[in-house]
Design a protein around this ligand. Structure first.
Ligand SMILES: *Cc1c(COP(=O)(O)O)cnc(C)c1O
Length: 459
C-alpha cells in the first residue's frame, strides 16, 4: 500500500509543470514553484510513510502547491481592531502611534534622513541627538540615550556600569515581566553578579548599606510594574537609596518600566512614577519604555547623568542595540507632542484612550450594539454593559477604568466561538471573554462600525 502510494507520487518537475501551476509560474517565478513543489512532495512522502495519507492525486498535490504559494505571498501581518479593553496590549504592538509619529516614520522610510549626519559640518553626527534635547527638557536629565527596548536599556546599563561586579537589588524587586524578561536573568546576562538584599515584603536602608563592598558597582531599583506587595511591607525610597549610593560612591539606577513623562493624576488617574521626578530624586540613571505610557514606538530610553550616558554610548553593545531611523523619528515626533501639555490628550492616542469620557464611550457602544444587532440577527443577544478597561504595559496594574462594553451572547454559540468569529474577520476584531461572556470594549474604538465583522455585513 505504502509502496504503491509512493510510486504514484509525481516527480518535482512533473508536478511543477502541471497545467494548474502554469499561471503560478508566471506570477511567482518558476524557481519558487519548483521549490514549493519539492516541499509539498516531501511532506506527502512523510505523510504516506507515517500513514497520515492514504490516497494521492497529482491534482490535489498541485492544489496544495498553489495554496502554499498563496500563503507565502500573503502578508503575515493582519490589522487588528483592538476592542480588548487593554489600551497598551503587548501582543498586538502596544501603543497606537499619533498621526505625527506616523508621518515622521513615512518621511524617514521613503528616503534618507540626517540620522547620524551633521548637516552643518557635513560630518558624522550622533543618532541620539534627535531626541536628547527633548528628553532633557521633558525630564530635566543631563543626557539621554535610546536603544531598541527597555529590556535592552537595563542590559546595556548594567553591562556598562557593573560588568564583572556586584549589583545590589531588593528581593521584593526581582521581577518577571511577561515574555521572559526576568531581572535576575538580565543581571546575569549583562555579566554582573546579583546580590539580593532584604526580604520579599520588606527591605530596609541597612540591608543595602551592609551589602556594599569594594565589589559593588551598582544599586538597582526596579518598579514592580505588574504586581504589588501589600500588607506588612517596606521599601527604601529612591531619595534615600540615592543618598546611600552617594555616600558610598555607588551609582543608583532605577528601571521604571513604563515610566510616564507626565503626572497622570492631573487627568484623574492614579499616579504612575514620573521620569522627571525620579531623575530629580537623585537616581543616576532612569530607564523606561518608549511604547508603554509614553505612547510612542518600541524603544528603550535611558536618562540621567552625562558621565554614565557617555559610557553607555561607548559600549559596543550600543551598536548592537541601537534604534533605527524609523523608531527614532517616531520617538522624536511623539516627544514633541509633549511640548504642548494642553493638547496632549487630543493628539496622543494612548492618553486619549486613558482619559476618554465615559459618555463618549457609551455613545460608541450604543451605536455598535445597533449595528451588531442588524448584522448578527436573532440568534445573538446584544447588550451594552458596564465594564472595566485596563491600561496594560505594566502600568496601573490594579486599576480598572470604568468603561462601556457591548456584550454578545448566543444560545447557539459559546463565548469562545464568538471570540473566534470576530477574530477571523479581516481586519481581525479582538474582543475579550469576561465572566463567560464575549465583550467588545469601545474605549479604544473611534468608529463603531469597525467592530462589526464585514463577513456578516457583506461590506
Ligand atoms: C516593561 C518593563 C521592562 C521591559 O521593557 P520593554 O520595553 O518591554 O523591553 C523592563 N522593566 C520593567 C520594570 C518593565 O515594566
Amino acid at each position: 500500500m505504502k509502496k504503491e502510494l509512493l510510486r504514484a507520487l509525481p516527480s518535482v518537475d512533473e508536478l511543477a509543470r502541471m497545467g494548474a501551476l502554469k499561471d503560478a509560474a508566471q506570477r511567482y517565478s518558476a524557481a519558487l514553484v519548483t521549490d514549493t513543489s519539492r516541499t509539498i512532495l516531501e511532506e506527502a512522502r512523510a505523510g504516506i510513510l507515517n500513514r497520515a495519507i492514504s490516497e494521492v492525486s497529482k491534482e490535489s498535490l498541485a492544489g496544495l502547491v498553489l495554496k502554499r504559494l498563496q500563503e507565502l505571498h500573503n502578508s503575515s501581518f493582519v490589522k487588528i481592531i483592538n476592542a480588548s479593553g487593554t489600551i497598551l496590549h503587548t501582543n498586538i504592538g502596544r501603543a497606537v502611534l499619533s498621526k505625527e509619529a506616523v508621518e515622521a516614520i513615512n518621511l524617514s522610510a521613503e528616503g534618507n534622513v540626517n540620522l547620524e549626519f551633521d548637516l552643518e559640518t557635513g560630518e558624522r553626527g550622533q543618532r541620539d541627538s534627535h531626541v536628547e534635547g527633548l528628553l532633557k527638557r521633558l525630564t530635566n536629565c543631563e543626557a539621554a540615550a535610546v536603544v531598541n527596548n527597555n529590556a535592552a536599556s537595563v542590559l546595556i546599563t548594567l553591562n556598562t556600569l557593573a560588568e564583572g561586579k556586584e549589583v545590589i537589588i531588593s528581593r521584593g524587586e526581582l521581577i518577571e515581566i511577561g515574555g521572559s524578561f526576568r531581572l535576575p536573568e538580565i543581571i546575569k546576562k549583562s555579566g554582573c553578579i546579583l546580590k539580593e538584599v532584604g526580604a520579599t515584603n520588606r527591605t530596609h536602608p541597612e540591608d543595602y548599606v551592609k551589602a556594599i563592598t569594594p565589589d559593588t558597582a551598582l544599586i538597582l531599583k526596579a518598579h514592580t510594574s505588574n504586581y504589588k506587595v501589600i500588607g506588612f511591607t517596606s521599601e527604601v525610597g529612591l531619595e534615600e537609596l540615592a543618598a546611600i549610593g552617594k555616600a558610598h560612591g555607588v551609582p543608583v539606577v532605577e528601571d521604571l518600566g513604563s515610566g510616564s513623562l507626565i503626572d497622570l493624576s492631573l487627568y484623574g488617574l492614579p499616579k504612575e512614577p514620573v521620569v522627571g521626578e525620579r531623575v530629580a530624586s537623585g537616581a543616576d540613571l532612569v530607564t523606561f519604555s518608549g511604547d508603554k505610557l509614553l505612547g510612542g514606538p518600541q524603544a528603550g530610553i535611558i536618562t540621567g547623568k552625562k558621565e554614565f550616558i557617555e559610557r553607555i554610548r561607548k559600549n559596543p553593545l550600543k551598536r548592537a542595540l541601537r534604534a533605527d531611523k524609523l523608531t527614532l523619528s517616531a520617538l522624536e515626533a511623539t516627544l514633541r507632542l509633549y511640548l504642548n501639555n494642553e493638547k496632549l490628550k487630543d493628539v496622543l492616542p494612548s492618553l486619549r484612550y486613558m482619559t476618554r469620557p465615559l459618555a463618549d464611550i457609551e455613545e460608541k457602544a450604543v451605536m455598535a450594539s445597533v449595528l451588531l444587532e442588524n448584522a448578527l440577527g436573532p440568534d445573538f443577544n446584544i447588550e451594552v454593559l458596564d465594564g472595566e478597561s485596563v491600561v496594560g504595559g505594566g502600568a496601573l496594574p490594579e486599576y480598572g477604568l470604568p468603561t462601556k462594553v457591548v456584550s454578545i451572547t448566543s444560545g447557539k454559540k459559546s463565548p469562545d466561538d464568538i471570540f473566534k468569529l470576530f477574530l477571523n474577520n479581516r481586519p481581525a476584531i479582538l474582543g475579550r471573554i469576561h465572566k463567560d461572556r464575549f465583550m467588545l470594549d469601545l474605549r479604544t474604538i473611534e468608529d463603531a462600525a469597525l467592530v462589526v465583522p464585514s463577513t456578516l455585513t457583506g461590506r
